[in-house]
Design a protein around this ligand. Structure first.
Ligand code: HEC
Length: 139
């Protein structure tokens, strides 16, 4: 084989590997049909989900549930949201479970206005579609 052919062959293999990687990543990126959030590239989300993340930050849920939602004194919400229904999520954050250390947030206007976004955000974290850390608006 001439060196040109070798180079072309190497290039094709490299390109093929990249294309496969691209297909896999994009498939992995896409939320399941009916997901309550939209996300691109792991950190660009729809407006409602972005407000949910801002609410998470503003109310400092991370004090007890961890900056990556994987639990501290409170349980891992990445795990909880695999089972907890949207309705039970709502009841829990509104009323809290004071006897178990989870405070009520029904007095917070931000939580009242954005609890569905908060649910969407945590669901995206639980599904592994939304990355931990800073989020940005989708363009
Ligand atoms: C002072 C600590 C603390 C803070 C702050 C806190 N939590 Fe919790 N949370 C807990 C504890 C402890 C539990 C577990 C209660 C139990 O055992 O049932 C819990 C439970 C939960 C659950 C239910 C999990 C399950 O599996 O049933 C959700 C959802 C939740 N918290 C969301 C939030 C959100 C959202 C915020 C911020 C708005 C927040 N928490 C702030 C301590 C906290």
């Amino acid at each position: 084989m001439s060196s040109l052919k070798v180079r072309v062959a190497k290039w094709s293999i490299g390109f093929l590997a990249l294309s496969i990687a691209a297909v896999c990543t994009s498939a992995n990126d896409a939320p399941a049909a009916g997901a309550p959030y939209q996300v691109k590239e792991g950190n660009k989300v729809d407006e409602k989900t972005l407000m949910g993340w801002k609410t998470w930050r503003a109310l400092a849920c991370e004090r007890c549930h961890g900056a990556q939602q994987e639990g501290l004194v409170g349980p891992s919400l990445v795990e909880s949201l695999k089972k907890l229904s949207k309705e039970d999520f709502h009841t829990t954050i509104m009323n809290g479970r004071p006897e178990k250390g989870m405070p009520p947030f029904n007095a917070s206007k931000m939580v009242n206005d954005n609890w569905e976004g908060l649910y969407a955000y945590l669901k995206g974290r639980s599904d592994g579609k939304i990355q931990p850390g800073h989020l940005y608006p989708m363009d």
